[in-house]
Design a protein around this ligand. Structure first.
Ligand code: NAD
Length: 490
């Protein structure tokens, strides 16, 4: 059986892909297969292999052997060289990767090209720079010489979602590899393609067998087997709260593997009536909720507008939302592609229904777009009350809840009235107010007069039930190392 397939994008670009499980630098067959669907058409794109417990075990064994077979004590310069080489290869094959990402996930090709490809390369290059900069400390302890070393944890498992498949892969691989861990990544069953292309580049870059393994498979089978595996010492997960809980439980019931979680959000975006440039605020707010068709963990899905500019904001926001083309993600001027799947489409449409029944005003959108695929109009609800479900629950689609506020205390209390704490934004021309509110908001990322600025060198992660630990920036290194204290009786 050949595992090689050729995929042709609507613009004629062809990509040849090995659809096997990438274990020990080889592509191998799995226990079953998964059909991956193009969300813009609803049609099958390709069939990939699905790992079950047996293949997860093979991948973990390969990673375990690679860790103890030399990678644990590998030369930092060599690790950096391999990571930099991989970044170059990702750029070299950027067109193939961008096309696969858009076919599989539905995000506009312009976003895959200008956001995801550089994002992956930047992530690899940033963490490559840390390979030779992992230092301990020397500590005087009761006349003894005491020092610390930062050691890798061992075999890491990375379980990633479908909303940023390539980028999330890089967020997991880069810090793990820089700190000389080995890793087994499980992609989302909905978006396996770009990761498989990257697997081929990992081999071409020259990584030793077993250092990075990439498997495709279903969550309850491959994901659960990985999170219960006794030789996996750490799991880094991005996805839903429910799965995050299941992974923590699996870790608790097995070998107490370390767990970091990047989960969901219901992020507030606060707009004061003293803003200098309302058009800019509208630009950032629209990016905050409608980027990636609203399928962003830190989406600014609750907008609070001060009463003095409420009407003006809502009017301008609606006009900009209407101006964005929803449709074929391969057309250069498309702003919003489809939702990832029929299941997500139905879930979002159900929330739109709930919002209407709860008595909020559906001020814009609320409908399916076109006949094929899973497209939804950018949707605005106004007059949304704090206890309505569309104000409290993560919708993960192009649906925003807008509400009016009077004063600072009132809006901060409402913004923090959530079980989540991933991100928040405040728009104001008053620097004191910007700082005061940034301090008061309970979230891992705060944006002032902007939105969705996420870079490889700045930490990202959640307060409350939005997660545990931080990715990106030097803070991420702590999640992939353990500290040993050595005391010498001199
Ligand atoms: P999901 O939890 O269903 O799936 C995520 C991954 O977990 C997939 O690879 C899936 O196969 C796997 N999985 C599912 N069940 C599992 C199990 N029992 N054991 C182990 N693995 C399992 O989430 P999703 O639908 O892919 O993503 C949407 C959610 O993820 C949203 O809530 C969103 O906010 C969140 N998210 C958060 C971030 C972040 O950085 N904080 C980024 C992207 C998405």
């Amino acid at each position: 059986m050949s595992l090689i397939t050729e995929i042709t994008a609507p613009d004629g670009h062809k990509v040849t892909l090995n659809t096997g499980l990438f274990i020990n630098n080889e592509f191998v067959a799995g226990s079953s297969t998964i059909d991956t669907i193009n969300p813009a058409t609803g049609k099958v794109l390709a069939s990939v292999q699905a790992a079950e417990a047996k293949e997860v075990d093979l991948a973990v064994e390969a990673a375990h052997k690679a860790f103890y077979g030399g990678w644990k004590t590998s030369n930092p310069r060599e690790r950096a060289r391999l990571m930099l080489k991989l970044a170059d290869l990702v750029e070299r094959d950027g067109e193939d990767l961008a096309h696969l990402e858009t076919l599989d996930n539905g995000k506009p090709l312009s976003n895959s090209r200008r956001g995801d490809i550089p994002g992956v390369a930047n992530q690899l290059r940033y963490f490559a720079g840390f390979c030779d900069k992992l230092h301990g400390k020397v500590i005087e302890t009761e006349g003894k010489l005491s020092y610390t070393v930062h050691e890798p944890i061992g075999v890491c498992g990375g379980i990633i979602p479908w909303n940023g498949p390539m980028l999330m892969l890089a967020w997991k691989i880069a810090p793990a590899i820089a700190t000389s861990n080995t890793i087994v990544i499980k992609t989302s069953e909905l978006t396996p393609l770009s990761a498989l292309k990257i697997a081929a580049l990992i081999k071409e870059a020259g990584f030793p067998p077993g250092v990075i393994n990439i498997i495709t498979g279903y969550g309850p089978k491959a994901g659960e087997a990985l999170s219960r595996h006794m030789k996996v010492s750490k799991i880094a997960f991005t996805g839903s709260l429910a799965t995050g809980r299941a992974i923590m439980k699996a870790a608790a019931e097995t070998n107490l593997k370390k767990v970091t979680l990047e989960l969901g959000g219901k992020s507030p975006n606060i707009i004061f009536d003293d803003v200098d440039n309302l058009d800019e605020v509208v630009f950032w707010s629209r990016l905050g909720i409608y980027a990636n068709a609203g399928q962003v963990c830190c989406a600014g899905s609750r907008i609070y507008v001060q009463e003095g500019i409420y009407d003006k904001f809502v009017e301008k926001f609606k006009a900009l939302a209407l101006s964005g083309k929803v449709g074929n993600p391969f057309e250069e001027d498309t702003f919003q592609g489809p939702q990832i799947s029929e299941g997500q489409f139905n879930r979002i449409m159900n929330y739109i229904d709930i919002g209407k029944k709860e008595g909020a005003t559906c001020y814009l959108g609320g409908n399916k777009v076109g006949d094929a695929g899973y497209f939804i109009e950018p949707t605005i609800f106004t007059d949304v009350k704090p206890d309505m479900r569309i104000m409290k629950e993560e919708i993960f689609g192009p649906v925003v809840a807008i509400s009016k506020f009077k004063d600072v205390d009132d809006v901060v209390a409402q913004a923090n009235d959530t079980t989540y704490g991933l991100a928040a934004a405040v728009h104001t021309s008053n620097i004191t107010r910007a700082i005061t509110i940034s301090n008061a908001l309970e979230a891992g990322s705060i944006w002032v007069n902007c939105y969705n600025i996420i870079t490889e060198n700045s930490p990202f992660g959640g307060y409350k039930q939005s997660g545990i630990g931080r990715e990106n920036g030097e803070y991420a290194l702590a999640n992939y190392t353990q500290i040993k204290a050595i005391k010498i009786n001199v």
